[in-house]
Structures are given as C-alpha cells and as structure tokens.
Design a protein around this ligand. Sequence first.
Ligand SMILES: Cc1cc2nc3c(=O)[nH]c(=O)nc-3n(C[C@H](O)[C@H](O)[C@H](O)COP(=O)(O)OP(=O)(O)OC[C@H]3O[C@@H](n4cnc5c(N)ncnc54)[C@H](O)[C@@H]3O)c2cc1C
Length: 589
Amino acid sequence: MSSSIPVRRFDTLVIGAGGGGLRAALQLAQADAHVAVVSKVFPTRSHTVAAQGGMNAALANVLPDNWHWHMFDTIKGSDYLADQDAVEYMCRAAPRLVVELEHAGVPFSRLDNGKIYQRPFGGQSQNFGGDQAARTCAAADRTGHAILHSLYQQNIHAKTHFFDEYLALDLIYDDEGTILGAVVMEIETGETMVIEAKATLLATGGAGQIFRTNTNAHINTGDGMGMALRAGIPLQDMEFFQFHPTGIAGKGMLITEGARGEGGYLLNKDGERFMERYAPNAKDLASRDVVSRAIYTEVKEGRGCGPNADHVMLKLDHLGMDVIQKRLPGIRSTIQTFLHIDPASESIPVYPTAHYTMGGIPTNRHGQVVAPLGQTAEETVQGLYAVGECACVSVHGANRLGGNSLLDIVVFGRAAGNHIIDYLKENRYHRPMADDSIDKAMARLSRWGQKGEGESVRQLKDELKKTMEDFCGVFRTDEILAEGVDKVIALEARLQDARLQDHSKVFNTARVEALELENLMDIALATVCSAHARKESRGAHSRIDYPDRDDERWLKHSLFFKEGRKLDYKPVRMKPLTVDSFPPKARVY
Ligand SMILES: Cc1cc2nc3c(=O)[nH]c(=O)nc-3n(C[C@H](O)[C@H](O)[C@H](O)COP(=O)(O)OP(=O)(O)OC[C@H]3O[C@@H](n4cnc5c(N)ncnc54)[C@H](O)[C@@H]3O)c2cc1C
C-alpha cells in the first residue's frame, strides 16, 4: 500500500505552527536547513494566537528582578515537581529572548521611559518569596497574537516551507525506533503524503478539549501526544492539568490573569475579597491552583454569586476606562461580546475552567524526546524532538505559572532548533523508509474512510468531555477517579464501533474529527489513570483523600504507556545547571 503514496523529503519536519514550532523552524531555516512545517490550520490561527497576558522575563523594567528569583518562583509554583536544570536554563535565557522577539517585530507595550512594559502575574516574587514582582512582558492583552504573527513573518522571510491545513496522522519509525518523518493528509482533498525527514519535531500544542468547559480552541486535541503514544513513547505527568481560575462562568472563555495583575480582584456573594483568607500575602495573585481551589470552595460552601450561587465575581470597574482600554482592550471586547456587559462598569462572573496541559511528551532541555530505560536511566528517541504544550521538559511541574508558557515555547523551540542543527551534521542521510508504520497510519485513516451505521463520533466526544469534567476535575478522590477510569475505558471500547454518520456533510472535516477523537481518548485515559495512581496532593492534582504533598513517596514524574495502560515513574532532576537546588518546602502564598 505504502508504495503508492507520494513522498516529499526534508531535513526536518516540524509538526505544528504555533509559537513552539515556528520558533524552532526559524532557527533551522536561518541555518539553511531544508525545513517543512505542517499545520492543520493556517499557521497564524494556531492557538498561541489566543495567549493574552504576556511572557515572563526578569528584565526588571518596573520592579527589581533577576532570573534566579524567577527560577525560585517557577520551582515553588511547580510544587517542586519541575526539573531544576530545565527551569534554570529557561529563566536565564528569558531576558535575551524577549529582546530577540522585540527585534523580530513584536510590538510590546511600553513604559513612559520607552522600555518594555511588564505587569505582575500570579506566583511572582522578589527576593525568593518576598514582595510581588512585575515580570510579565505584554503586548496589551494580545501578546500571543503579536508573537505568532512576528514569528510567521520571519519564517516566510527565511523561506521555511509550509504545508497549511495538512493533518499529521502518525509518525513513521523503523524497527530500532528511529523516527523517519510522518504520514500527513491534506484536509481539503483527503490526499495523503509521506514526509521523510532526518529529524521530526512535534509542536502540536495542548489537549484542553478533553474537558467540556475549557479555554482552548477546538483544534487543541493533543494529536502529537496521541502520535507519541501510538509510537510506544509514554506521556509524562498527565495528572497535572491546569484549571484557570477566571474563565467566564458557564462559557469557559479566558479572562487573563493580567486582569488581576492590573489590580482586579475576586469577590464572593457577601462582597468579601475572599482570597485574603486563602493567600494572605499574594491574595488574588497566588498561583493558579490555589486561586482555583479557593473559588471552588467558596461556591461549594454557599458563598457563590448569581441565582444558582455557582460562580464568583471579578471586579475591574475600579481600574478606570483608561487602564482597561490601554491594557485590557481584548478582554473588554470579549466580555462585551459574550456577556453584553462592560467590565469598566460591571463585575464579571467567573469560575475555574480547564486551561493548560502541564504533562506531555517527555524531553530533555534540548527538546530531544526521552524514553525510560529501566527505573533510573533514559535514552533519547533518535530523530524525534518535542516542544511547547505537547511536551513535558519539565518546567511547569505540577502547576504552571502564568506567563511561563509563551516563554517555554520560545526558549525550547530555539533550543530544539539548535540541537537539530547539530544532529543534522551527524545524520546527513535519510534512513531507509519503514513501510510497516506507513501502512499502520494508512489503516487508521481508512477505518474512517466510509460512512455507516454505528456510534456517533460527536456523541462520544461530548460524553468523553463531560466524563472528564465530572470525574477528573479540580478536586479528586479515589472513588471518583476509579469511576472515571472505568467510564473512559468504556468510551474507548465504544469508539471501536463508531462510524462517520450518513449526515456528515463535510466528509474530510468529519474524518478529521474522528481521528482527533482517537487522540483525545488516549490522552483522557493517560490523564485519569495517572491521576488515579498518584496518592498525594501536589499543585493542580488535589486529592481530598490524600490532602498533603508526600515528597517521600511521590516526588517523582509519572509515565503513562498506551500498551497495557502501564504506569511507571522516574526521578525529578533536582540539580540545576550552576546554582544550588531549591529543596521542597511548604508552599504558602
Ligand atoms: C486563552 C489562552 C490564553 C493564554 N495566555 C497565555 C499567556 O498570556 N501567557 C502564557 O505564557 N501562556 C498563555 N497561554 C498558554 C499558551 O498560549 C500556550 O501554551 C502556547 O501558546 C502553546 O503553544 P504551542 O506552540 O505549544 O502550540 P499551539 O500554539 O497550540 O500550536 C499547535 C500547532 O499544532 C498544529 N497541529 C496540532 N495537531 C496537528 C496535527 N495532527 N497535524 C498538523 N498540525 C497539527 C496546529 O495547527 C498548531 O499550528 C494561554 C492559553 C490560552 C488557551
């Protein structure tokens, strides 16, 4: 079968045209590597475009700051699960990479003295846990938009080759596990193609669509993670899914943490500024897991607002029209569109919403994908890299700090690009193709090649998302998670009987949705199984039955394998590159 498929050859294949993929591609194209970027949507529609609040870097433009404080905050925010070498690398690189983005054309907001504007975000401190810092570099509340467009323009200039609206189906790998490229499908025509590459980089973003109420685009279906699982690579730390405290209640759209950074705060039905009770120092700018749990608790204990007492209010009206127009124009317009109110004069109903995939494909700080070799050692997967939200490097650990993801994609996109350049020098020729794995990818596609009688893909997807919301949410117990595992396994079995329905009008779109659902199903299973197994509370993983962090037994990364739904663990890298480690401490804000 595989011999009839057209083949294109590149040095490097980048799957995903968000900030992570484009930053890596730029590094490669500028070094004259022949690089292809495949994206299932037009590149500037990638989800990075939605990032609002900004990107962290210790520039010290507004308040004193340095990268070491940033490193401390990130590790504390991660509840000590982040790998400290990767965090040091990221925080040290941040100031230089913000300036680099500025030179690439990102129109950052400015202070009166002309320097880049920085706003306070959650979990930021001066001097290792002291006063609030202001570390988030912003282009108003459209920072991701500005970064993505600049990176795209730079890639066009550097002659990166784009395959727009192509869906990557699966990785191609030989018997030794070396990755040789991927099988892709042009969405409009359904035509398939093999893209051969000496190095392949996954930059396919997060998987927020496993939850019903989320801030993510419909395209965030974790395809790269699904491809990795099917190629035998485990997913790391999937139990840690971030719920953002301030989604629009009942709808899920994000109100950036920058709104609280600009001085907004949360109120319960009694008009009480309740965060003062949960985080006496940081208050509304405590880290996201802390604020989400506080909102959930207020509502559960009967202090929620509205006729159903099911949300709290975010107050911005005291900031004044000037600040709102200058610093939060996109937020104002989102609220006017979806709630028909003006945040300059009325408070906004908010509730936690699924937001960010902290786990993902395990990598080292060069972006190389790593696979376990026994309990303590690991080896790199030849020819495969991963960066951004689909990867777990791990700089976010059990809880990501706001503003650290745009940083993550730029820092590790660049690092992976640099490493691939060296890899290409040592791997100058394409290896022989592996027809078996091409045939497997084609078989997965042809399963969705016909319409017929059977379970509906859309119905299964809705049930999966509701199940994850009900059984793998902010607060978890053994009983709830065990039921969640059973339910997702049952849905996975039903997926085998699903068919594209006769009324599916746009055939390839329906086919893409079915292929995406296969990925979502695998990722939901990885998430709920990993959550069920971890018997402690750490960061975003909050177990009512195990309320404390247990460093003795659980200061380790989890690894979920598709085959046999097996779980394994590996140590956290506690040793930074040049400074002393930050040992685990009680985490208070
Ligand atoms: C509403 C919102 C606001 C945010 N605000 C901030 C913020 O202020 N600061 C911050 O640091 N972080 C923020 N984040 C998080 C941050 O934006 C994301 O984590 C980051 O942009 C992800 O970038 P990425 O390159 O990994 O993936 P994405 O930008 O999601 O790109 C993924 C790419 O992969 C492609 N793709 C996926 N699957 C396939 C496939 N099968 N075949 C081909 N292509 C595929 C897509 O087409 C896309 O091009 C925010 C997130 C959200 C949802």
